[in-house]
Design a protein. Sequence first.
Length: 222
Amino acid sequence: MTARRSRSRSAAYAALALGLAGSLALTGCNSHSSKKSKKSSFSSSKTSKTSKTKKRRIIGGGAAAAGTAGAASRRVSDCYPSTYKVTFSQQTGPKSHVAVKFKNSTSRDCKLYNAPLLRFNNAKAPLPLLQGTPGHLDGTRITVPAHGYAYAVIPTNTAAAKGTEQKSVTIDFMGISASSVTHGPVTVNFAQKRLHVSVGKSKVTNWSSSLHGAQLAGGVGN
């Protein structure tokens, strides 16, 4: 009886030990599998984030390129004179003046700097500037819209400023600096156009987007 009990206990202990070993093995397996699953999930998440980052970079690069192309297409070129784009008209009365009108006959905007350079009757020097001096410009810059206009005024409201009737005028368009010229020269023959323009010891205003603005700058506006 004692020997039989001893054998039973030994068998029970052996079964218990086997059960514990199996349980530990299963736990280890599950833990290893869980680690693999987490590692796989992290790797997948990292790949997804990298892919999204690359995608954002590609999209961002495309937008930057499109922005550069758009800026290039919006670049405004300089205006240039011609015998039909620049016209002159004499206004009489107490606030007598010569109006200089430029027409942008193109379908795109263009820009004008400072004032027109006008040499009447082939004069060596252009008409002085009323606003600033050739060496000290005030940096006027205006954009003339497509098919739009710009104006400058030559006050002739005194006998000396009105002077005598002119035969022709040579026109240059100033650049951004005092010594630069963007386009020109062109010559307008007043006799051919049947124009009567009298200019003496006067000065010319800077370009303005409106005739009224140019008249005010020349002291001949209302």
